[in-house]
Structure formats: C-alpha cells, structure tokens
Write a protein that binds this ligand. Structure first.
Ligand code: GUN
Length: 284
C-alpha cells in the first residue's frame, strides 16, 4: 500500500488559523497587535519572495509587520544599528533578518545583536544553547515545522530510530535535538557518512535536509518508515523536487511529505507561532 501523504499545506493553514486566534487575543489584551520586523539587505530574488510571503502571512494572522530594506552596499554598522533600534522598539516583538547577507557583513555578529527574546528565527546562540539543554526557547521555524508534521501525522517518536541527513545549523542540527528531546534515538548523517543508504535504512523516521535533488532513493528507506523531506530543488525543466525520490519512496514508506506542499508551508506558519510566543513572553 502506498504511503499516506502528510499534507503540510493543510496543517500549515490550521496553524495559521490558531495563530490568528492568539493574535486577536493579544491585541484585545494589550491594545496593539503583535509586531514583527523583517529586515532584508540587498536584492536577492529568493529572499524577496520569502519576505513577501512572511509579510502576507502576518497580515492574514493579524500580526503587524514592517519591512526594513537596506541596500546591498549598506555597512555592517548600519545594519547593527537598525537591529539595536528594533530591539528597543516597544511595538516590535519579533525580529527576523533574512539570510543570506552580503559577504561584507558578518552574519554571526548580526544574529548575536538581536535580542534573544525577539529572535523569532531561533538562530541566536542563547536560543540554540537553550534548545541544546532542553530549556524553553524560540526554536528555528523549519525544524519546528518538521516536528509539528511528525506530531500531527500521529507518529510516536519515543524509542524510535530517527535518522537526519544533513547537519546545517538551520535544519539538521536543531531538528536532531528536537527529535532527541522527544526520546528518539538519533543519528546525524552528512556528506562524509560511510554507506549512507545503509544508515538511512535503519531509520523508523527519516528526515532529509541536504539540498540535493532526489538523492534518497526508494531502496534507502525501511519499509513502513516515516519520511520527512525538507529539500526544495528546482530541476532544469523547472520542476520542483525534494531531496527524496518521491515516486520510489511513496511505495516503501508508511507516511511521507510531498514537495511542494510538505515542509515548505510549515516554516512560515511556525514563524507566526514564534512571533506570538515572543509577544506573549515579552509581556511576562
Ligand atoms: N534564509 C533561508 N531560510 C531562512 C530562515 O529560516 N530565516 C531567515 N532569516 N533567513 C533564511
């Protein structure tokens, strides 16, 4: 029997609806909506699309958003000053600096300047450290979205073998910590892993975030495994595919996320949740 499809689009829509309810409660209680500042530097076309989508989601949920667009030639100090002014802005609860930044700007320094309480990307070392030691924190949106998909698909993680392919700071490492916190036995794989197909085949839950189109084949998947595909890759013929060969994997897995319509829509939905978590937490 082919795998059931985990419908990220529908799950993300229901999360945004929940966020809208919480945003209305916040607005009623505090007399202003929760506020997100989105900072974009330069003219990266992909960043422009992401930022527009984030602003659109805020509008849908009743979250105030403002965009700060700096030219690609701005100085690091100008960007740091902007971040500091947003840290001090009482109408702003969340700050998101869209990455990547131009080469002359130190990304780590910018992230470390964001007030950790407003760090809705969950990239500040304070939030990363709190995630590591299992304390409450703002969690990065894409891995938080992966966990929500697993949860809403009714998958029990306790005692299961979870394999994560990819070790990026944005997805692979944080999702591994989140799976561990749910009592999975976690293996992190990467480009140097020996016999990657064999390691993947051990997984009850396989999370793939490597950015290589259809790298994970059907015969890498344990029959009945749950497969979460974080990849979004555009092929030369313009088709969008994940990091998993979907047509093969769907015949082996018990549940799988499609691309598009799987993890993709979850990132912005979880960002809305983080904005609300930050806004309420800032009020104590
Ligand atoms: N660029 C690609 N993904 C992300 C993300 O999740 N947050 C930010 N700020 N920039 C990104």
């Amino acid at each position: 029997m082919p795998a059931s499809i985990i419908d990220g689009k529908a799950i993300a829509a229901s999360i945004r609806e929940g966020a809208a309810v919480r945003a209305a409660e916040y607005t009623q209680k505090y007399g202003r909506p929760p506020g997100l500042a989105v900072v974009i530097v330069g003219e990266n076309p992909a960043s422009r699309v992401y930022v527009n989508n984030k602003k659109k989601a805020c509008a849908q949920c009743g979250i105030y958003s403002e965009e700060h667009a700096l030219p690609g030639f701005c100085t690091e100090d100008q960007l740091l000053d902007l971040v500091r002014s947003l840290n001090d802005d009482p109408n702003i609860d969340g700050i998101l600096v869209q990455l990547p930044l131009p080469d002359h700007i130190n990304e780590a320094k910018v992230i470390e300047t964001i007030d950790p309480a407003k760090d809705v990307d969950g990239f500040h070392p304070i939030n990363v450290g709190n995630l590591m030691i299992g304390r409450p924190c703002l969690r990065p949106c894409t891995p938080a979205g992966v966990m929500e998909l697993i949860k809403r698909a009714g998958v029990e993680l306790k005692g299961k073998r979870a394999t994560v392919v990819g070790r990026s700071n944005i997805v692979g490492k944080p999702v591994s910590l989140m799976l561990l916190a749910e009592h999975a036995t976690v293996t992190i794989c990467h480009s140097r892993t020996q016999d990657l197909p064999a390691v993947c085949r051990e997984a009850d839950v396989l999370v793939v975030a490597v950015g290589r189109p259809e790298m994970v084949r059907g015969d890498w998947i344990r029959p009945g495994a749950v497969v979460i595909d974080v990849g979004i890759n555009r092929l030369p013929d313009k088709k969008l595919v994940g990091d998993v060969a979907f047509d093969e994997a769907v015949e082996v897995a018990s549940a799988i996320t499609p691309v598009p319509g799987g993890v993709g829509p979850m990132t912005i939905a979880m960002l809305m949740n983080n904005c609300l978590d930050a806004a309420f937490a800032l009020r104590g």
